[in-house]
Design a protein around this ligand. Structure first.
Ligand code: GLN
Length: 394
């Protein structure tokens, strides 16, 4: 028997996202489970990182990240997000956007404080908050267009509310929050003097809708921390380069917490991302066009096998429903599909405040190279429509 564990990790376990990804790897299947984004990074990003290694950029960087990367982020925040920020005082480079989020929560919330989250949610947000003893108040996004009720949002605020968390474009729904929704959130957060944290890691992946950053609104500026990173934009999820942008006083704290945990993000990789941020608009346009083709291929495939996909407006995930008489729940569906055709997905229940709401849903990730996605779709088509009367697979 080992000595006892801390209370906060007594019930902690590996996420469904990673669990099915690992099983898939072990059986050499096609992974549409974890958003690993296994596509090639732009050459300019890779070359600059290699050059930085050759140039011996091997030591700790400033605790806020390299000056060059922060300048490049500030320029991107101005031109893409419409947010003016000082690269010296208002940007902290972190170990991934997950690192930025953790440092932000540690800098703003005490155990017992409340954070408002929209459900479906990205499970890592929720589990990190739980780990740190934060109470979560959920507001449901209603399918098919994932709108929330203004009354429900207003009712979720209490005198203990210290943060409202937005994820736009959202994982797993692909919801892109509208300007009107963001302004309403900003009003309530101001009224209750709460922080607004907005995770915009999928900001460059939108289809018909335009990405809007809540941090650009003057009324939200003093309470908003915008989190993003390089993982999805440059397909470098394992490089762990993320950042937080916000009021100088908060960025000071985030930088010091970041220093205590990580010292700094990997130095040569910061140089690679700085180079990536110089890419012109055509890079981002091509990326979106590519994801649109992949999204539509997956939509067609899922419809042909009897699923009802929720078509995302952004990000590279898709929730899709199956008939309740086909599998007993999402876990059974995930296991059965993996076993039958070797394609990994995530049970929808992992993303809902009330797991029952996602019981007959799966999340599919289409951030794959086209040949791999085509392989996955061919395999999925072998499942057939599932419409055969009397057949119930578990
Ligand atoms: N964001 C990705 C997902 O939702 C992967 C993150 C992770 O592995 N935790 O699948």
């Amino acid at each position: 028997m080992t000595p006892p564990f801390a209370d906060r990790v007594k019930t902690i376990q590996q996420s469904d996202i990673r669990r099915f990804s690992a099983i898939c790897a072990a059986m050499n299947g096609v992974n549409l489970s974890q958003g690993v984004c296994d596509q090639p990074a732009p050459d300019v990003v890779k070359e600059a990182a290699k050059q930085a290694i050759d140039d011996n950029h091997a030591i700790y960087t400033n605790l806020r990240g390299t000056a060059g990367l922060r300048r490049a982020i500030a320029e991107k925040m101005r031109s893409f997000n419409g947010i003016e920020c000082d690269p010296e005082t208002q940007i902290a480079v972190n170990v991934g956007s997950a690192g930025a989020f953790a440092c932000m929560v540690l800098s703003s919330l005490n155990p017992g404080d409340e954070c408002i989250i929209f459900s479906p949610f990205y499970s890592y947000h929720v589990n990190l908050l739980k780990l740190l003893g934060i109470n979560i108040k959920y507001v449901d996004l209603q399918p098919p267009d994932w709108q929330y009720s203004q009354e429900a949002l207003a009712a979720a605020f209490t005198e203990r509310t210290r943060m409202v968390l937005i994820n736009t474009p959202g994982n797993p729904t692909g919801k892109v929050f509208t300007e009107a929704e963001l302004l309403a959130i900003a009003d309530l957060a101001t009224k209750h003097d709460a922080w607004i944290v907005t995770d915009e890691i999928y900001e460059y992946i939108t289809y018909d809708k335009k990405h809007v950053s809540i941090g650009r609104f003057p009324q939200a500026k003093e309470r908003t921390v915008t989190i993003s990173g390089a993982s999805k934009t440059f397909a470098v999820t394992g490089w762990r380069i993320g950042y937080a942008v916000g009021p100088a006083e908060m960025i000071d704290r985030i930088s010091v917490v970041n220093d205590l945990f990580y010292i700094c993000a990997p130095a040569p990789l910061q140089h690679g991302i700085e180079a990536g941020l110089q890419l012109d608009i055509s890079y981002y346009e091509n990326m979106c066009a590519d994801y649109l083709v992949k999204r539509d291929l997956l939509v067609d495939t899922l419809r042909s096998i009897g699923f009802s996909p929720h078509i995302p407006d952004g990000s590279y995930y898709m929730l899709a429903s199956f008939a309740p008489d086909r599998w007993v729940d999402g876990t059974a569906a995930t296991e059965s599909i993996l076993k039958q055709v070797g394609v990994a997905t995530v049970p929808g229940s992992a993303f809902y405040r009330n797991p029952e709401d996602g019981k007959y849903q799966l999340r599919f990730c289409y951030a794959k190279q086209m040949k791999d996605l085509e392989d996955a779709c061919q395999r999925l088509r072998k499942l057939g429509s599932g419409a055969v009367v009397g057949v119930k697979s578990t």
